[in-house]
Design a protein around this ligand. Structure first.
Ligand code: PMT
Length: 417
């Protein structure tokens, strides 16, 4: 059952890539159907596509500026260039990339990882599902090169709808017609609905640092930005989960659909977690929780004197270990922030905190864990060999982590039968 506050698939965001072929005019009908279904649609046209259909048609239907180029040129009020990094933003902000019509040239560019224009460049930065609706002359479709590109893309998990067989604009008869826009829209809806694979789960996530007061103006804290935890929260909501995010102080906006509980100290974070633990079927402990706090924070600002100052510290509660003790049927995921021996330390924390999986990452001068937009992790579980996830955007790492969580859920269900 979809959860309240969660962005449903009909609210998903779609990039509609339009290639340069006679069938490009049908992309207008496709855009209309997608908008009617409640999706937000960002059109991206290749230069050749604009020869077949105007950006004005697409911008009128989608109420969006149409992206036509990697770089600024001209003054068309319906078409925009993009900034040097917009292809990354567009790639990160959307849930599905549809290309209709997908020309032989676009299929070749995608298969070979070329980045010659906005659509091809953004495609490389896009990590979500891709749906291609090919349309071309039947000989071009049957050409060994196109068929080889088709195989490559299929192996990479790309979705295809069509091409249909029939009369082609070039006068030939055979495979190469763009599928009916309704059929393309149905394929898009099926993909988006299929990704609601965490529907029914309530995921409790901690993120960010904690702050432990020394006096009213000073504190002990750490470098956590919250980016890793927020990325997991955002992805989990998109995949249909109810997400409760207990967050230390960070400069990030709450991802849409997430229930955010703001805390400062380790004690407040522990209380936030324990208060919502009963509702949670999955717990993911991403926060960099202070291990120690000042035993007696001063009521007034500590004055500077010539003498040395010592601050006595006492341990905080280990929230993850506490959840591990109350685990029940929950899936419990811990993180391990290490400066060395990732796999060994991760394994130790897996056992000592009663987790189903530990996500180990390097921190410190040689590590990627803290603060940055990218991370590189090792997933450590009880049954499988450690799985190294190479350096990627934290959003992409989040996807891998949630895929592994889903595997654990499916294994747990199978074991119960
Ligand atoms: O926020 P970012 O800038 O994106 O950085 C991400 C991150 C580096 C913070 C994240 O990827 C990460 O590694 N989080 C865990 C940080 C940490 O405290 O690691 P640890 O090895 O010290 O703790 C092990 C586990 O116990 C962690 O899951 C931690 O959340 C949990 N813990 C630790 C202490 C404590 N008192 N309570 C806990 O729950």
């Amino acid at each position: 059952m979809p959860q309240e506050g969660v962005r449903q698939s009909s609210q998903a965001r779609i990039i509609l890539g339009i290639g340069g072929g006679i069938a490009a005019y049908k992309s207008a009908e496709l855009a209309r159907i997608l908008i009617q279904r409640g999706y937000s649609v960002q059109p991206v046209m290749t230069r050749a596509a604009t020869e077949f259909i105007t950006p004005l048609t697409l911008s009128s239907l989608t109420h969006r500026k149409v992206i036509t180029s990697l770089f600024a040129s001209g003054e068309d009020s319906t078409a925009v260039l993009s900034s040097a990094i917009e292809h990354i933003d567009v790639a990160l902000e959307n849930d599905l990339l549809i290309v209709a019509p997908a020309t032989a040239d676009l299929m070749a560019q995608f298969a070979h990882g070329l980045a010659g224009d906005f659509l091809a460049t953004m495609h490389l930065a896009f990590t979500g599902p891709v749906l291609l609706a090919p349309a071309m002359n039947t000989n071009m479709w049957n050409h060994a090169a196109t068929q080889a590109n088709l195989r490559v893309l299929r192996e990479r998990g790309y979705h295809f709808v069509g091409p249909d067989a029939g009369d082609l604009a070039c006068g030939m008869v055979g495979a190469g017609r763009l599928s009916d826009p309704l059929e393309i829209a149905d394929a898009a809806t099926a993909i988006l609905n299929g990704r609601q694979d965490l529907a029914g789960e309530t995921i409790l996530i901690t993120a960010g640092p904690t702050q432990e007061a020394i006096d009213p103006v000073r504190m002990i804290t750490n470098r956590s930005s919250g980016k890793m935890g927020y990325a997991i929260a955002e992805k989990a909501v998109k995949r249909g989960a109810r997400v409760i995010l207990v967050s230390g102080p960070v400069a990030l906006a709450a991802p849409q659909g997430v229930e955010l509980i703001r805390v400062e100290s380790a004690e407040q974070m522990k209380n936030g977690v324990l208060e919502h633990l009963d509702a949670a079927s999955i717990f993911i402990s991403v926060a960099a929780v202070a291990d120690y706090r000042p035993t007696s924070p001063a009521d007034q600002k500590v004055k500077k004197t010539a003498s040395r100052l010592s601050i006595e510290l006492e341990p905080t509660t280990d929230i993850l270990a506490e959840v591990g003790r109350r685990k029940g049927d929950r899936i419990v995921i811990g993180f391990a922030a290490e400066t060395q021996n990732l796999a060994a330390e991760g394994k130790r924390k897996l056992e000592s905190k009663n987790c189903d999986m530990v996500v180990a990452n390097l921190v410190g001068p040689n590590g990627t864990g803290f603060e940055g937009d990218d991370n590189e992790v090792v997933l450590i579980t009880r049954d499988k060999e450690p799985q190294a996830i190479p350096k990627a955007a934290k959003r992409e790492i989040a996807r891998h982590i949630l895929d592994a969580v889903l595997d654990l859920r499916l294994s747990a269900r199978a074991a119960k039968r």
